[in-house]
Design a protein around this ligand. Structure first.
Ligand code: MN
Length: 199
């Protein structure tokens, strides 16, 4: 059973004016699709072909001989998770248990936003900013290239892609502006709350 490219959970123009249809046409239809194609080629006729994406990620992390498989598998998972980390008319302030955990971990929602934005902005080169649950505590982390919380045995709640391909068409080199728009207008707190509830 080959790995499949998940569809976007909203229309290509759903996040206008903060993310353009052109960004989704390249980012989902070319980049994300490319990782799926590469992964399927790499695992074909191997023992990894029948494993779940999460199992492939955990089985190949830190294995130099399987770096290509890890990179493509993790990027397939990361992008599906990223599409769901955004929604039309997103942003706003979370409520309920996740809001309480954010206040406990970061002091306030504004402090969380600062820390998350800072993680994305200071990730040198390509990578991801994350909100994770680690041993019952919320943390903001950043990872380089394809690396993700699954590889580290952590539970991801939200992510923001900070590879240049994620924002260059809409924001050019202005990664801080993209990160601010992600937090103010795109982030999907319902998705984060669901991930927390399922953890
Ligand atoms: Mn990407």
């Amino acid at each position: 059973m080959a790995f499949e490219l998940t569809a976007l959970p909203y229309d290509y123009n759903a996040l206008v004016p903060f993310m353009s249809p052109q960004t989704f046409e390249f980012h989902h239809d070319k980049h994300h699709a490319g990782y799926v194609t590469n992964l399927n080629k790499m695992v074909q006729d191997t023992e990894l072909a029948d494993k779940s994406l999460e199992e492939v990620i955990q089985a190949t992390f830190k294995d130099p001989a399987k770096a290509g498989v890890f990179n493509n598998a993790a990027q397939v998972w990361n992008h599906t998770f990223y599409w769901n980390s955004m929604k039309p008319s997103g942003g706003g302030t979370p409520t309920g248990p996740i809001a309480d955990l954010i206040n406990t971990a970061f002091g306030s929602f504004e402090k969380f936003k600062e820390e998350f934005k800072n993680a994305g902005v200071t990730q040198f080169g390509s990578g991801w900013a994350w909100l994770i649950l680690d041993n019952g505590t919320l943390k903001v982390t950043k990872t380089s290239n394809a690396e993700n919380p699954i590889a580290h045995g952590q539970k991801a709640l939200l992510t923001m892609d900070v590879w240049e391909h994620a924002y260059y068409l809409d924001y050019q080199n202005r990664r801080p502006d993209f990160a601010q728009a992600f937090l103010d207008h795109m982030v999907n707190w319902d998705f984060a709350a669901q991930n927390l509830a399922a953890a």
